[in-house]
Design a protein around this ligand. Sequence first.
Ligand code: COA
Length: 385
Amino acid sequence: MSEYLPGLEGVPATKSNISYIDGEKGILAYRGYPIEQLVEQSNFEETTLLLLDGRLPTADMLASFDEQLRRNRRVKYNIREMMKHLPATGHPMDMLQTGVASLGMFYPGSECLTGSGVCTDLDYIHNMTVNIIACMPVIVTNWEHLRNGYDPIPPRTDLNFAENFLYMFTGEEPDPILARILDTCLILHAEHTINASTFAALVAGSTLASPYSVIAAAIGTLSGPLHGGANERVLDMLEEIGSPANAKGWLDRKLAKKEKIWGMGHREYKVKDPRAPILQKLMVELMEHRGSKASPKLEIALALEEAAQERLAAKGVYPNVDYYSGILYDEMGIPSDQFTPIFAVSRAAGWLAHWREQLGDNRIFRPTQVYTGEPLRDYVVIEQR
Ligand code: COA
């Protein structure tokens, strides 16, 4: 095959049984289970184990995994020391990538990956998986305090994943409704077939790099505004629009300049992303819990979605997961530059599931290219140029 398809659109780059998208019907399923059922009946810990192992765990399996996650909720203090030397003005995604990459220095052991055969040390693979999933929220929440000049809040083992995240982020007893909303967001962001960051993870994993390098590569890829970084841009965009009445005019001006609307469009979905309506429902739940009216930003987002429907639906451009997640996090009091790190905390589950799947049937990724440069020619010495 020699046809070049920009962005590898439609090119199958791997085989996977982890998740499934029907972009015409708006279906997303993890290991065959529709996300609508998982957000109603599962939790992030169980969904993570489902993604990793391919089946719904028994109560004992889940309890054991949950216990391992709780026990690993800490990083070596030298990682915190290192973080203290990073500029407080740096982006939390850069910090997260640095922090995760540095874990490889503090938790070595990936030699078992580098043999000529398939890694058979399943304990190593499992332990690293648990360690990364448990450590990433610690790095993200520690940074929130360190960058503001405070000591981080130590983790608590009596709280579940989402509760502990909120506790370490705010230092306050987690509100159960907010924790449930965050847990749902974590489930929704945990996996999404072979998107750009998962592909980056697969490419890194296929070289038998350490899992920390694999996840650091994925975090860097997720940070871009065409991928996970879009959620932060959505907030800037809504602030720029200012009020629902401005939405139509603002949209027309942007489209006339051929600019992208953040949080809209998707390579796979040609209808509204199935995660978006779930996030909208969570917004309503949050507002009811607070006893307040709809948030002004949500009002603007709804007006923009309506205006975009008229102009972009024909191209199959609708809100994606990043459109409503930022508004929700904003209403939960989370600073906008931490939206994508939270996305990464959750997506680590999917990245690691794909890394494990890749190791199970590995061949290094090494695509080819269409060469468009000069033909072979003779070197010219500097005096004759
Ligand atoms: N705003 C306006 N127009 C958009 C658009 C958006 N967000 N997303 C796609 N389109 C339009 C393109 O301009 C193009 O129109 P054209 O055929 O008239 O040139 C058409 O839809 C196809 O878009 P294309 O850029 O080729 O799609 P892609 O599959 O390469 O890109 C995204 C997918 C996600 C990168 C793209 O939709 C985008 O940049 N979205 C905004 C960023 C974002 O929210 N990313 C998070 C994804 S979860």
